[in-house]
Design a binder for this molecule. Structure first.
Ligand code: SF4
Length: 400
């Protein structure tokens, strides 16, 4: 299998299991946790992925797909944690090596078609492939060959460079092997991210297998990233207001009467508390007392922000609804009270931030998506994604 998101993989999953959730539910009965773990370890430890991972015969194809989706399911429990990062890196390496070995990119999710002989004008090819240059070695010539065409729309979706670097004709971009492979890598990363964001919603329904696999991956990832520090682990740290999603920034500005309770009590309270205390919860029914030891963080860093946002509402929320403070504590999981102690944590549910579709239905004025909202299902994932990207940026700067 060249691409776990390609048409062939999609067809196999649909044919054998119907949908992805059923597929994920069946994996634990066919696979032990040690198998995907061993695969990840092999990929991380070897300079080049071993041949046994590159060449998979047809009989083993489904099992091979099980391993990838087992890892994907485990990664989705913590979509921007180190676990997801390590799975993405290892999978990218594995499938990219398989594609290189097969010399085929038209069987992947990338909508490319091999270029036919005589499809392009001779003169253009002479220039593009430098056919008259006698100093080129056969390898250099091969690198210059125009191999694939891709519809312009799909191309523009993935391309970030200048259009001057690309040969475009009849609504298609024409690409060399290396460029096509890079585009596939980008498409793979995007699809991976979209998949774990979609599965994030189902993480509580996933069999225990995935939670145990995630723990194993966490151990491996911590070891692997020890050198790089904990830049994008997504653990509790001071709030980064600049990385908040647009809907939360809107709520912070204060909102009109009809939207106050939703924006402040439902969205802000849940978002700020999870973002500050437990940005990457391994399960949905986590309690605040599972994450912190005293209420200082809530009283000094979270409540003041909620109250200020409430005061910015028109009319100010807590002036005409002072009892709403009790409701804030209720949404934080302390029951209906205005003087809680840590022991009260768990008296009610610690509300998780509502998903984007809920916000769009209940308070559409808050949702003003920006480019980071693409593929995001929940404002907390947006925040984790931005933290993750910041971590990567810093990692790059340190590297340089
Ligand atoms: S798409 Fe989601 S995260 Fe982005 S602004 Fe809308 S509700 Fe917020």
């Amino acid at each position: 299998m060249l691409d776990p998101f390609g048409k062939r993989a999609e067809g196999l999953i649909k044919e054998e299991f119907g949908d992805i959730i059923t597929f994920l539910e069946r994996i634990p009965s066919a696979l032990s946790i040690d198998e995907p773990v061993a695969m990840i370890q092999l990929l991380l430890e070897s300079e080049n992925p071993p041949q046994e991972l590159i060449e998979v015969d047809n009989l083993e194809e489904l099992r091979d797909l099980f391993k990838f989706y087992a890892l994907l399911g485990a990664a989705s429990i913590s979509p921007y944690g180190l676990e997801a990062e390590i799975v993405k890196r290892a999978a990218l390496r594995l499938y990219s090596e398989r594609i290189k070995a097969s010399k085929k990119l038209n069987e992947t999710m990338l909508p490319v078609t091999p270029v036919e002989k005589d499809e392009l004008p001779h003169n253009d090819l002479n220039i593009l492939e430098r056919r008259m240059d006698r100093h080129l070695s056969p390898e250099e010539k091969e690198k210059l060959e125009i191999k694939y065409r891709i519809p312009l729309k799909s191309f523009l979706n993935l391309w970030t460079g200048s259009l001057k670097e690309v040969y475009i004709r009849n609504g298609h971009a024409y690409l060399r092997w290396e460029t096509t492979l890079k585009m596939w890598e980008k498409a793979f990363e995007r699809r991976f991210e979209r998949a774990i964001n979609l599965l994030y919603d189902y993480r509580d329904e996933l069999p225990e297998f995935y939670h145990r696999l995630r723990e194993k991956l966490e151990e491996i990832a911590e070891e692997y990233f020890k050198e790089r520090g904990e830049m994008f682990k997504g653990t509790a740290s001071p709030l980064r207001f600049d990385l908040f999603p647009p809907c939360v920034k809107e709520a912070l500005k204060g909102v009109p009467a009809g939207m106050r309770n939703y924006a402040i009590t439902v969205l802000l309270t849940s978002f700020l508390s999870y973002a500050r205390i437990c940005p990457n919860p391994p399960k949905k029914d986590v309690r605040i007392k599972d994450c912190i030891n005293d209420l200082k963080i809530i009283e000094e860093e979270i409540l003041p922000v909620i109250i200020e946002a409430g005061n910015r509402c028109k009319p100010p929320l807590f002036e005409d609804q002072p009892h709403e403070i009790k409701n804030i504590w209720y949404h934080l999981g302390f029951g209906l009270t205005d003087s809680p102690t840590m022991e009260d944590s768990g008296n009610s549910t610690w509300y998780f931030p509502p998903n984007c579709d809920k916000i769009q239905t209940n308070a559409p004025q808050l949702c003003k998506p920006d480019r980071y909202c693409r593929g995001i299902k929940n404002p907390l994932s947006y925040y984790l994604k931005r933290l993750y990207l910041e971590g990567k940026k810093k990692e790059g700067e340190t590297g340089e």
